[in-house]
Design a protein around this ligand. Structure first.
Ligand SMILES: [Zn+2]
Ligand SMILES: [Zn+2]
Ligand SMILES: [Zn+2]
Length: 259
């Protein structure tokens, strides 16, 4: 199984429009961050997590030509705004795309993209997506065995995912202790949001994310959803040996790690 980091940036992306800071002006491509999203691939199956505003550019760069399923973490715009570009997958597959999301999110997705879910008189092809509610128990989707964790993220929450010995959690302030006990020692590689080294009311910041990696016993922790405060090279020294920053276009080979 392979993980593609499609986007590693926080909601504004990096560079931030109008910002002249060192990271925004950096020529290092690892400091250029589109909005957070990943894809998992195993054999000829690919699962996309979230549709960031740059989804089309992200999948083109990753060489992804088709997807077998879509998961949503939550409904914030930086994780959903690329929804319309799902049309491209229908052009190829000619079938509706299965999408799993927490049951309380489906009305919001339908409200955000009403033209795709009801007859609004819109003339043209809309995204063809079939929604399914993420169950409370582990489930299998597109050939991937999935367990979930409900995360606290301001007043909206977010859904984290574990695929065997790999986990992806983004956009959270609080990770439940009960799930730390349940998942401890079961995750080798984890990608989790970390924003920056400052404070944030709705997001885990880097020191908190590092603590979570430690609490879970993660062997390789990759910090994503990064803001323009983090310079990929300069701030690498602030991380312990088992942790690193994500960057757009990064791939992680989990061969032998994830069942
Ligand atoms: Zn976000
Ligand atoms: Zn900046
Ligand atoms: Zn969010």
């Amino acid at each position: 199984m392979r993980v593609h980091i499609l986007g590693s940036g926080t909601s504004s992306g990096v560079p931030v429009i109008g910002c002249h800071c060192k990271v925004c002006k950096s020529s290092d491509p690892k400091n250029h961050r589109t909005r957070a999203s990943i894809a998992l691939s195993e054999g000829d199956r690919t699962l996309l997590i979230d549709t960031s505003p740059e989804m089309r550019l992200q999948v083109l760069r990753a060489g992804i030509e088709s997807i077998d399923g879509l998961l949503y973490t939550h409904m914030h715009s930086d994780h959903t705004a690329g929804f319309d570009d799902l049309r491209a997958f229908f052009f190829k597959s000619r079938k509706s795309l299965d999408c799993y999301l927490l049951p309380e999110y489906s009305e919001e997705l339908k409200a955000r993209f009403r033209y795709a879910f009801e007859d609004t008189g819109y003339y043209g092809l809309t995204p063809q997506v079939t929604l399914h509610a993420i169950p409370d128990e582990p489930f299998t989707f597109a050939g991937f065995d999935i367990e979930t964790v409900r995360l606290v993220h301001g007043n909206v929450g977010s859904c984290g995912f574990r695929f065997g010995r790999f986990a992806y959690v983004t956009d959270f302030k609080h990770f439940p202790q009960s799930k730390i006990r349940e998942w401890r020692g079961k995750i080798d590689v984890m990608v989790a949001s970390g924003i920056h080294f400052g404070t944030h009311s709705t997001h885990s910041v880097i020191p908190e994310t590092l603590q979570l990696f430690d609490d879970l016993g993660v062997k390789r922790g990759i910090i994503s959803h990064l803001a323009h405060d983090v310079d990929y090279v300069e701030h690498a020294a602030l991380l312990p040996n088992f942790a690193e920053y994500a960057f757009d276009g990064m791939t992680i080979d989990l061969e032998g790690l994830v069942s």
